[in-house]
Write a protein that binds this ligand. Structure first.
Ligand code: ATR
Length: 278
């Protein structure tokens, strides 16, 4: 790709970003569509987030993706928030529209795209989510919008799950269970179990939770990487189908790409650029 006076910059702001696959994915798409844009990853410390957002404006960047741990921190510095960002309380994509910075969140819809790609239609399904942090919120918002029948949040800190349930509304659909090692019979017959926990599912040789009541559900781990996921290993022991988070990474990126460029994302080109990460 020729870089010249017309080339505009897009990028990723987070910490760490060293092994991010977003640059490969977006640059492959820019090249494929012959767009005069390049995508670079920037490591930004928390105290410099306001300056980093100001730089998007000052340098007239196309936009940026925001990743861990800054998805919430950028909110106050934007001119406008799309509904997706408001519902998630977090932004993963900032688009620069003629100097106006608009915050979006494509994680939830990217998650749904990847689910459907795996052949799973969430409408009227019973879903279990492990965790109640930022990722759980994005997934839960998307699943409720897709009309799941029920959502069970399982979390170590019950108060955090309760807080999330409050934000989600629809109390008749949302149930809460504590994360305990013993089995959770309440989840019997679940169709989908999504792992958003930031810790491995195996600790000191023990699975974090007995999910055998959900045997047969689709087990979806938001993580991806070369290292096998303990959560998906566990699903394997139950004989349940498994999906990792690479599809969500792809589809949140594809949706961000469309927001940056106004073009349909070349999803297959972007998929080819992805490799299972470290
Ligand atoms: P993310 O933005 O990726 O969702 P997060 O908001 O930090 O990350 O959420 C991390 C999730 O992992 C939370 O559900 C957290 O549970 P708590 O709400 O109880 O903190 C969960 N988690 C983190 N460490 C854990 C541990 N040692 N055991 C069980 N759950 C853990």
């Amino acid at each position: 790709m020729e870089i010249n006076g017309q080339t505009r910059l897009a990028g990723l702001i987070g910490n760490p970003v060293l092994y991010s696959q977003s640059p490969a994915m977006h640059n492959a798409a820019f090249r494929h569509l012959n767009l005069p844009m390049v995508y670079v990853a920037f490591t930004v410390e928390a105290e410099r987030v306001p300056e980093a957002v100001a730089a998007v404006r000052a340098l007239n960047m196309v936009g940026v993706n925001i990743t861990v741990p800054h998805k919430e921190a950028v909110l106050p510095y934007l001119d406008q928030l799309d509904d997706s960002a408001l519902q998630c309380g977090a932004v993963n994509t900032i688009v620069n529209r003629d100097g106006k910075l608009i915050g979006y969140n494509t994680d939830g819809l990217g998650f749904l795209d990847s689910l459907r790609e795996a052949g799973f239609e969430p409408q009227d399904k019973d879903v279990v989510i492990l965790g109640a942090g930022g990722s759980a919120r994005a997934v839960a918002v998307a699943l409720l919008a897709a009309n799941v029948r029920s959502l069970t949040l399982i979390n170590r800190t019950v108060a955090k799950a309760e807080k999330l349930a409050e934000v989600l509304g629809t109390p008749e659909k949302v149930h809460i269970l504590p994360l305990r090692q013993h089995s959770a019979p309440e989840i019997k017959g679940a169709d989908l179990v999504v792992n958003t926990l930031s810790v491995p599912f195996l600790s000191q040789g023990k699975w974090l939770l007995d999910l055998s009541a959900a045997r047969g559900a689709l087990f979806y781990d938001l993580r991806y990487g070369k290292m096998p996921s303990a959560f998906l290993d566990y699903a394997q022991t139950l004989g349940s189908p498994q999906v990792d988070g690479l599809g969500m990474l792809l589809h949140q990126g594809a949706r961000a790409f469309s927001l940056f460029t106004g073009r349909e994302a070349p999803v297959e080109v972007m998929r080819q650029a992805l490799v299972p990460g470290p």
